[in-house]
Design a protein around this ligand. Structure first.
Ligand code: NAD
Length: 497
């Protein structure tokens, strides 16, 4: 059985814990690896090493840090097939989708290469007579990241390239469900020339997470995962005086206006609802059919959902792979059962799909509900599977109200040909990431990613300019050099004369 270890101080190590987690290949429903579930002592050791590495790394000129990041980009590209295979074999998503997610992570690495420009600071000559003032952003120290199963490459890459470029050192605690890809990503950074101890991976579960939250030498925690855990991280990290950004779950609405290009809307929705088997925080799990578009929309969707090609991620013809674990498959099926009980109309039922040769894989076909109402649990809760709910709204205002009243606020889209509807939607909607005729409006690396409401606890979004702000603190220096001018003690609040 393949054993997945930690990566601490530039080496793979087993640490002090004898607890192990099972890592499955969801396409065949078989355990292929075990991952060491680290202890508090393992985390503390990694922090010690990262603290030591911080002394030199934080002093390295940003241009030299950037050169290592450039090499890292090349190495990740060179090893991309291997990284993608890890994603497919432990997460289940289809090969080209896994490649897309890795590319999105690489774009953050590319952005991080520009760190010298981003850390330039501000300078004002003569804020007072012969007095200059300037502001710089300095690194925080040992930062930590805790990441979910659904993007084992992209989400860690939202965090560590930015933190490290800014001069911090980093401890990553990846999901215990698919830890091979993040571990390899850390090794590759080391191969690119990153000094030992700058990037460490400690595998594990709640024990490592709690050790991160308690460790006094970690000043900042980034988290991505479900809302209850995001809230737990936010509260406990703040209680321990840490800076925190905690991104949570989602229920993303796609508003389909009667004047839209229906083909474009249906194709957009298909990818956004069923891509990665719905296991995306930006998946669109609710289609709001406005006015008289409902029946046409449902008819077109039905044909396409029934025709979805479901199969293992390594099969190039598959459009949708399995869910990540058996437990998750049961949970998603349970939600479909619940929707039927709650009175929604199940138009396409994917619960009983069987794939020849893959009978033990964690597959479910695409499911489509119509006439979903806002008080149903299948509307209110995140299902995180290939289940699309169609809700009918009489007009634009009712659709906007629905989106704004929902507890989650990650992403949303509108499909329309009307500029006024698109602009008003973007202006009024209480959501962090908005698409106009764009199905999954994930901001590119040089903008920043984050939701509103209970999809993000904290003040800053991830990567892009917000990433630089999160992983640095501001220092403002005011200075005067002796110039022969006489000065006397001053006992009043200094003002700039
Ligand atoms: P999860 O919350 O179960 O796990 C996330 C991380 O928290 C993992 O590293 C896990 O080990 C750790 N964890 C789990 N339970 C814990 C506990 N009780 N105490 C401390 N740590 C704990 O999430 P998941 O199932 O891995 O990922 C799916 C969720 O992530 C979905 O809700 C999805 O919407 C969300 N997500 C959000 C974004 C975003 O940007 N907002 C992006 C990706 C995924």
């Amino acid at each position: 059985m393949n054993l997945i270890q930690h990566f601490i101080d530039g080496k793979k190590v087993s640490g002090s814990s004898d607890r192990k987690g099972k890592v499955f290949n969801p396409a065949i429903g078989k355990q292929e690896s075990e991952v060491i579930l680290g202890s508090k002592a393992d985390l503390n050791l990694a922090v010690e090493k990262a603290k030591k590495a911080f002394e030199e790394w934080s002093n390295k000129p940003p241009i030299q840090r950037a050169r290592i990041i450039f090499k890292y980009k090349e190495l990740v590209e060179k090893n991309s097939e291997e990284l993608i295979k890890y994603i497919v074999s432990e997460h289940g998503k289809v090969f080209e989708d896994a490649r897309g997610s890795l590319t999105r992570g690489l774009e953050v690495v590319e952005f991080a290469c520009g760190i010298p420009q981003m850390l330039k600071g501000d300078f004002t000559e003569n804020v007072g007579t012969n007095i200059d003032s300037w502001s710089v952003r300095q690194p925080l120290g040992v930062c930590a990241g805790i990441t979910p199963f659904n993007f084992p490459a992209m989400v860690p890459m939202w965090m560590f390239p930015m933190a490290i470029a800014c001069g911090n050192t980093f401890i990553l605690k990846p999901s215990e469900k698919d830890p091979s890809c993040p571990l390899r990503l850390a090794e590759l950074f080391s191969e690119a020339g990153l000094p030992d101890g700058v990037l460490n991976v400690v595998n594990g579960d709640k024990e490592v997470v709690d050790a991160i939250l308690e460790n006094k030498d970690i000043p900042a925690v980034s988290f991505v995962g479900s809302t209850p855990i995001a809230k737990y991280i936010y509260e406990n990290a703040a209680k321990n005086e840490k800076r925190v950004q905690a991104l949570g779950g989602a229920k993303n609405h796609c508003v389909v206006m009667p004047d839209c290009d229906l083909d474009q809307a249906v194709n957009g929705l298909m990818g956004a609802a069923y891509g990665s088997a719905g296991e995306r925080c930006m998946a669109q799990s609710v289609a709001v059919a406005v006015g008289n578009i409902g029946d046409k929309l449902v008819n077109e969707l039905t044909k396409k959902v029934e025709a979805l090609k479901i199969g293992p991620g390594m099969d190039k013809s598959s459009e949708m792979g399995p869910l990540v674990t058996k437990e998750h498959l049961e949970k998603v099926k349970g939600y479909v059962d619940l929707g039927v009980k709650e009175g929604a109309k199940l138009i396409v039922d994917g619960r009983d799909i069987k794939l020849q040769g893959y009978e033990n894989g964690y597959y479910i076909g695409g499911c489509l509900f119509d006439y979903v109402k806002k008080d149903m649990r299948i509307y209110k809760e995140e299902i995180f599977g290939p289940v699309l709910s169609v809700v009918r709204a009489k007009d634009f205002d009712e659709a906007v109200q629905l989106v704004n009243d929902h507890e989650f606020g990650n992403g949303t889209s509108i499909y329309t040909r009307d500029g006024d509807s698109g602009r008003t939607f973007a202006n009024k909607i209480k959501i962090g990431m908005v698409g106009i005729n764009i199905p999954i409006p994930v901001p590119v690396a040089f903008h920043s990613f984050g939701g509103w409401k209970r999809s993000l606890f904290g003040d800053q979004h991830m990567h892009g300019p917000e990433g630089v702000r999160f992983y640095t603190k501001l220092k403002t220096i005011t200075s005067r050099w002796p110039s022969g001018m006489r000065s006397n003690p001053e006992f009043i609040m200094p003002t700039m004369k």
